[in-house]
Design a protein around this ligand. Structure first.
Ligand SMILES: *Cc1c(COP(=O)(O)O)cnc(C)c1O
Length: 497
């Protein structure tokens, strides 16, 4: 049984079916002044049941029902969303406005090129901007998410190595990588070998040298890593791979820490994917649409997905004639409206604004690290980039763990941080404030975290049983996973089921 922790009616709204009362309606149609439908429509096309089971509700029932449940969401428009690795920055409303312009929102993907010049120009301008930002000249906007970008990038690497004569067998991945990396390598038919990080969280160069040979196709490197650290030996890492005929894939989902300051292409990276829905500010989460474009070196360009947007005689055109392409990875042109938002974000900020956003993201994470390091133990030594990781070692002696701290944070009105990730930091609490937060909001968050640290010491039960100010109390996560209740049934049927 789920524990309800609030008596407030807004917080106890049931399903719309529970509001149903026989005969209630939300509309009144005028009397029919044309022949009744059964004389116009063939009898076999008319339904013969009585729509049993649909809720019978009034207009005000419907409005209250949906308005109440709409208040149960947490959103970045409501408050800080410090979910590390996810870059939950504020999404400027101008992006939404522009993506809804008819010319973007209502144009059909099968429009002939001549009638879609503006749409194609947008794709080209975004490609050019991302090439400039990454320092890598070949961009494909097709992949629909970061993980699909990884797969596409590895397919491009495989095609290039095949063209050189040998696709090779192994992809090396540091233990601080994002979990999607090994999954993508496996999907592309590569065997994954893990490289251990040094105590400082960097790639162990000796271990790397020992593992690189003519079987290694590529190294997949998350930079900054999931420890929030910049890979300071990146140039040496690239050199080791290149000398052995391998390539370097950079997971660029954390580009929020680098944009406008430094460019992966200049460091020697061959392929990168970007998460437009993170770094370039389009709403994401809950499985909504994203975009995971890849950028590659000139050598890898011929293998990019088709079609490519090209300019011929001053006109934009889709080019399918690329003999070495890996083919399509997605229908049409990617998640187009996400691409519109991302270009809008890039153009409204401009080069200087993008750099300032990066610097502020890094400053904000370090501000939190500085103010909380006396209350929580830092999970990683080293200079934090755009996110900071603590662990629960100091709270454990009071029986309070990371999960309890995250749940208690909900009572203070914040979305919890990312917890128990990355796996290499036991009890990790990963906080990414992003550049969207001003100092006032950061201070309120820091106060909440300090207050929870005090509670853990003085009243650990309060933290261990949190949350208390929410609609429902703490859920049994094991039961939710093992015995999920995915469907509501009317009381009569639930009893007999
Ligand atoms: C979010 C993230 C991914 C995966 O991106 P999706 O768009 O969710 O597929 C990959 N790597 C890192 C480092 C990430 O933060």
């Amino acid at each position: 049984m789920i524990k309800k922790s609030s008596n407030h009616i807004n917080q106890n709204e049931g399903t719309i079916f529970e509001r149903s009362r026989p005969g209630k309606v939300g509309y009144h149609l005028p009397a029919l002044d044309v022949p009744a439908e059964d004389s116009l429509i063939a009898a076999r096309l008319l339904r013969d049941d009585d729509l049993a089971g649909l809720p019978e509700v009034s207009e005000v029932d419907v409005i209250r029902h949906f308005t109440r449940i709409s208040t149960w969401n947490y959103a970045v428009d409501l408050g800080m969303y410090p979910l590390g690795s996810c870059t939950m920055k504020y999404n400027p409303k101008i992006n939404e406005r522009v993506s809804r312009f008819d010319g973007f929102a209502a144009s059909h993907p099968y429009l002939p090129d001549e009638q879609a010049q503006g749409n194609l120009e947008l794709l080209k301008r975004l490609e050019d901007a991302l090439a400039e930002i990454t320092g890598l000249p070949g961009v494909s906007l097709q992949p629909a998410a970061g993980a699909q970008g990884e797969m596409t990038g590895l397919m491009v690497i495989r095609a290039c190595l095949e063209a050189r004569g040998n696709a090779r067998k192994v992809v090396l991945i540091p233990d601080s990588a994002h979990g999607t990396n090994p999954a993508s390598a496996a999907v592309c038919g590569y065997q994954v070998k893990t490289i251990k990080s040094t105590a400082e969280g960097a790639v162990d160069l000796e271990a790397l040298r020992a593992m690189v040979n003519e079987d290694v196709a590529a190294l997949m490197l998350t930079n900054p890593s999931t420890l929030g650290l910049f890979e300071e030996n990146i140039e040496e890492v690239c050199k080791i791979l290149h000398d052995a005929g391998g390539l370097v894939y950079m997971d660029g989902a954390n580009m929020n820490a680098l944009v406008g300051v430094t460019r992966p292409g200049d460091m020697g990276v061959d392929v990168i994917h970007l998460n437009l829905h993170k770094t370039f500010s389009t709403p994401h989460g809950g499985g909504g649409p994203g975009a995971g474009p890849i950028a590659v070196t000139a050598e890898l360009q011929p293998f990019l997905p088709v079609p490519r947007v090209v300019v011929e005689d001053g006109k934009y055109k889709l080019d399918f004639n690329r003999p070495q392409t890996i083919g399509r990875v997605r229908a049409f042109h990617g998640n187009y409206s996400v691409l519109v938002r991302a270009l809008c974000y890039i153009l409204t900020l401009g080069a200087e604004g993008l750099r300032e956003a990066t610097e502020t993201a890094v400053l904000n994470a370090n501000y939190i690290a500085h103010h909380l390091k006396d209350d929580y133990e830092l999970g990683v030594q080293g200079k934090a980039m755009h996110e900071v990781i603590f662990n629960d070692k100091r709270q454990q002696k009071f029986g309070v763990h990371t999960l309890d701290i995250a749940k208690r944070l909900i009572d203070y009105g914040f979305h919890p941080m990312t917890i128990y990730f990355p796996l290499v930091v036991p009890g990790a609490m990963m906080i990414e404030p992003t550049e969207s937060e001003g100092r006032d909001e950061l201070d309120v968050f820091i106060d909440a975290m300090k207050s929870i640290a005090r509670e853990a010491e003085e009243n650990p039960e309060l933290v261990k049983t949190a949350p208390h100010n929410t609609r429902i109390g703490r859920l049994d996560e094991a039961a939710a996973a093992r015995k999920p209740v995915l469907r509501w049934k009317p009381a009569s049927k639930a009893a007999s089921a």
